[in-house]
Design a protein around this ligand. Sequence first.
Ligand code: SF4
Ligand code: SF4
Ligand code: SF4
Length: 193
Amino acid sequence: MNLIEQIDDILPQTQCRQCGYDGCIAYACAIAMDGAPINRCAPGGQKGIDELARLLDRETCALDPEYGQEMPLEVAHINAEHCIGCRKCVVVCPTNAIVGAPKRLHGILTDWCTGCALCVTPCPVDCIEMVPAPFEWTRERAHAARQHYREKLQREEKREQERLKKLESDSDSARAKKRALIASILDQVNLKI
Ligand code: SF4
Ligand code: SF4
Ligand code: SF4
């Protein structure tokens, strides 16, 4: 493992962005490449900071309170009575832990939920609450969450590529139509001459 991977492996992979970076790997890059402080990951807590300090041979320090505080693990819960199936929570969930068809009730795959709470604010009917997690956050869970996050990023990247391809082919076909129109106008003009 290179240094970024080693740092990323210590980070808890909730992908909550409390550190101010766009996910754990982004924070790992900032620590390894820009010397970012090691005390901005609240979910990793003091244990995580100590591990990072050991790995990087830096002085350990306390969690910076500006970036949150250590809290017991929670998971999201959707109040079925109020969900309108708008999918806003699905879009922001980093690990694909929310399932449900459009305009239908959505539910949480609790085992896939990292407790990041990113789904709470976008919900227009305020039907998502965070409740105590029925499990501890282990290294195995962190690895699974990282895998789910990567799969989500890969799917998004694929969708973006397809969208760009479609845009390109739409504009090719618009250009072709325009060329055909100009050719037909020129034909008509030539006939009249
Ligand atoms: S768990 Fe959250 S705060 Fe910690 S590194 Fe990952 S995204 Fe940042
Ligand atoms: S369900 Fe909500 S709290 Fe759980 S991982 Fe997804 S966005 Fe985070
Ligand atoms: S954002 Fe709220 S209302 Fe919309 S699908 Fe998710 S839980 Fe249901």
